[in-house]
Write a protein of this length. Structure first.
Length: 327
């Protein structure tokens, strides 16, 4: 099979190679997927680019997310038949061989049915971005009638968080630092209010939108950078869910002087969801997709042969959507 890989960390154009490897053979309980599309996420290019550490394995075929068709079933694997359209997740989490390849063989629990109208390119965005957006919006409880604040709503994860919250009946206040075009893109995802995250009176604007009460849930892409704001706007008994730390790694929480005396803080990590939560998350994404509730912002599609260029493009862009390679 044709495969993209790296054997040492570094810039994409230096370390990413394209070549041939033997087709994987599904072990017991595994599903062999003939991949059509493979999604690139920040974790993929950050691990590849981080020269402070060696590559995780002697050879890494990157990417956790993908979509394709079932090519074979290992002994005892059930739930699928050859030819079924599927999406998959966690393919390169604690495993060397991910989805930047023509085939991947995965435990059946990492393989999911692809809704009929979903393209392979779109299905390759479900793993990390949609699962994180879904879990982030659901981990703190029911959403109907609540108000959710989503900064970074142009992001892969943020855009899905907006859409899942709307689909579940929440009112969504979003923000972006990206200007008018970005604000329009977020409004197109269904956000009720879109603000400039760099505005000096952002907290006052969010509070004004909630009649002074604050938001029930914040889904934060940069909690260390935004905790000062979040403490001003989260409602009593609300929740702050963090999935990233874009600016600094350390979080300072004020024990007094914040608005809500009682709120919960969730530091989520999508790769380590327990099996039941992962299955419910996947099922929720598929239900929303079948209901037509999701738009997928595709920023670029590249052939597998141009994997290095695809990585470089994904790294250089932020807030423009998903970068995907096609096989
Ligand atoms: N914990 C997990 O399980 C998990 C899962 C997925 C991703 N992540 C991490 O989450 C981060 C985002 O991933 P992604 O794929 O969504 O990235 P992305 O598509 O590049 O989006 C990031 C967005 O964040 C916004 N942003 C940047 N700095 C911000 C700040 N200080 N405050 C508010 N918004 C800010 C930008 O939007 P504007 O400039 O338009 O405002 C940008 O669109 C990455 O660091 C990734 O590694 C973690």
């Amino acid at each position: 099979m044709r495969v993209g890989w790296y054997e040492k960390t570094g810039p994409a154009t230096e370390v990413v190679k394209i070549g041939d490897m033997a087709d994987p053979v599904p072990a017991a309980g595994e599903i062999l997927v003939r991949l059509h599309a493979s999604g690139i996420n920040p974790s993929d290019y950050k691990r590849r680019a981080n020269t402070k550490v060696a590559a995780e394995f002697p050879r890494v075929v990157p990417h956790s997310d993908g979509a394709g068709v079932v090519a074979a079933l290992g002994a005892g694997a059930t739930g699928f038949k050859v030819g079924d359209r599927v999406w998959c997740f966690n393919a390169q989490w604690a495993r060397p061989f991910g989805t930047a390849a023509e085939f991947v063989s995965l435990p059946a629990r990492l393989v999911r049915p692809l809704p009929a109208k979903t393209s392979f390119v779109e299905g390759a965005c479900f793993g990390i971005p949609a699962m994180t957006g879904y879990h982030a919006t659901h981990v703190a409880g029911p959403l109907a009638g609540k108000t959710v604040y989503v900064p970074g709503a142009t992001g892969r994860v943020g855009a899905y968080a907006v859409q899942f919250a709307k689909w579940r009946g929440a009112r969504v206040i979003a923000s972006t630092g990206g200007g008018e075009a970005a604000r329009q893109a977020i409004a197109g995802l269904g956000a009720d209010v879109v603000l400039d995250r760099r505005a000096s009176d952002l907290a006052a604007r969010i509070l004004a939108e909630t009649g002074g009460g604050g938001v029930d849930l914040v889904v934060d892409v940069d909690l260390p950078g935004n905790i000062g704001l979040d403490e001003k706007i989260v409602a009593e008994n609300g929740a702050v869910v963090s999935f990233g730390a874009a600016s600094v790694p350390t979080l300072t929480v004020n024990m007094s002087g914040r608005k809500a005396r009682n709120f919960s803080l969730h530091l989520i990590f999508v790769y380590l969801l327990d099996s039941a939560t992962a299955a419910a998350t996947c099922a929720g994404i598929e239900e929303a997709e079948r209901a037509g509730a999701l738009k997928h912002r595709i920023g670029g599609v590249f052939p597998l042969a141009e994997l290095a260029r695809a990585h470089a493009a994904a790294e250089a862009a932020s807030g423009t959507g998903h970068f995907v390679v096609e096989m």
